[in-house]
Design a protein around this ligand. Sequence first.
Ligand SMILES: [Zn+2]
Length: 520
Amino acid sequence: MRKSIASAAVAVMAASLFTAAPAVAGKGHTDQAPKPVNTRKLERAVTVNGVLQHLRELQVIANRNDGNRASGLPGHTASADYVAKRLRQAGYTVKRQKFTFAFSRELEPATVNQTAPTPQEFETATFDYSGSGDVTGQIVGIDLTIPAPAEPGSTSGCESADFPAAPAEPSIALIQRGSCAFADKANNAEAAGYDAVIIFNEGQDGRQELTVGTLGAPSGIPVVGLSYQDGVALASTDGAQVRVTTSTENDLNRTTENVIADLPAGAKVKHPDQTIVVGAHLDSVAAGAGINDNGSGSAVTLEIAEQLAALKYTKKKLQRPVRFAFWGAEEAGLLGSEHYVSELSSANRAKIYANLNFDMVGSPNYARFVYDGDGSSGGVSGPPGSEAIEKIFTGYFDSKNLASAPTDFDGRSDYGPFIEAGIPAGGLFSGAEGIKTEKEATLFGGTAGEAYDACYHSACDDITNVSTKALAELGDAAAHATLVLLQARTGLFPDGSIAPRSKAQKVSPAAPGNPAHAAR
Ligand SMILES: [Zn+2]
C-alpha cells in the first residue's frame, strides 16, 4: 500500500460543488441556488461514545468466540447478529445475504527448521490455503536466480518443466517469488510429487523480507514463506535437510454473509433509483478481534445509520435512498462485496448511484487519508463521479482546518467491486501497516517512523487499539459525506448532473484485501 501526500496547502474548496445552479434562460432572473446540505445535526449526533459502544460490543463478541470475528467462524455470525438487531431496532429493513467461500485459517504457527547438515531455525509464516503437514525432506532449488534479477520477474516454479523429478524420499521445493501466482508455483510442485513448498522473497528492494500470501484455493501440501536472505542460505547449503510443519483448516464451502439494511418500508425518496451504498467490512482476520480493522468502520457506519433514524431522516423525504452494507469475507479477498455486486441484476446495478467505504478509521497513529477518486496522486482514478466524492471529504476536512491526503484508489477494500462495475466510490482510511512519514506526522500528528496501526491483523487489534480522536474526526467526515450524498439536490458530479454515470469504466482488477494476502 503506497501512500502519497497532497500539497499541505490544499486550496480551500469553494463551497460551490453542491450549490452551483445553472442560470435559467430568459426572463432576466436566475434560479435560487440550492442550499448546501447542512450536516451539523448529524455530525453532532454521531459521537465517539456511540461508536465506542459498538466497538465494546464487538470486543465482547470476540472474547466469547475464540478471540476473533472472522468470516466462517462464530464470532462473525455473532457480529452480524448484533448489527442486524441494532439496524432492525432503528427501523431499517434488514436482509442477511448468505454466500459460500473457500475458508482458510492457521491453527498453529508454521515452522521451518534445517535439520542437516547443521540445525538452524528460520522465521516463517503459513500461506493462506496451505495444506497441513509435518514434512522432513531434502531441499530442491527450483529454477532460482541468485543474486536476484534487477527487476522482479523470476519465473521460478511457474512452469512444470522447472521441477526436476522429486527425489524418492520426501522432498521440499524451494521456490523464488516472481512473476506468476503463488498458487501456480505450489500446484506445479505438488503435481511434480513434492511434499512441501517453501517460497522465499525475490531479492530486490522491497522484496527482501519474509514473504507470505494467498494461494486462493486449498492446497494439499504445506506452503510456507521465507525472507530472501534465508532462501539464499538454504539454496546455497549442500545437502540441506529441512523440517516444515503447518497446521491449517481449509473448507471449500464455508457459509458467511453480508448484512444489508434498507430504508424502513414506506420511506419516501425523491430519486428512488439513485441508491447510495454505505459499506464497511464486518469480518476480522482470525488472528484477533479486529477492532480497528474493521470494527472501526463498521461501528461508524452503524452509528450513522442509527443517528439518521433517530433524527428522523429516514421518515422525512430523502433525495436518495441509503443502503447500509456490512460485508463478510473481506479479509479472504473482498468476497462479500464481490458477491453482492455480482448478484445484482444490471437494472439494479444501474440504480446504485455511489458507494462509500469505511475500512479502518480509528488507527492509533492515524492519518486522514481520502480515496484518490481523481487519481491526482498518480494512481488509478475511479469511475466518473469518484472525484466529486473525494471532494466532499477533502472539502469537509478543509472546512475544519484538518489536513487530509489522498490514498491510492487501488481496489484494496470493498469499493473495488463497485468501481469495477463503473459505480463511483469514495471513502476514508486512517492507515494500516504502512509507516508514517515525517511529512505525515507534521500534517496529522502522531509518530513518524512507526506504523499507522502496529496491531494491524494481529491479536493486539483490540479495544485499546483505536484513537478516539481519529474516530471523532473521520466519523464526522463519514457522517457528513453520507448525508451530502443523500440530500444534495443537484451537482453531484462535475458536469452538474445527477443522472447515473453513462457507462461502466473498467479499472484494474481489485487486489485482495491487503499485501499479506497478495496472490503473487
Ligand atoms: Zn479491513
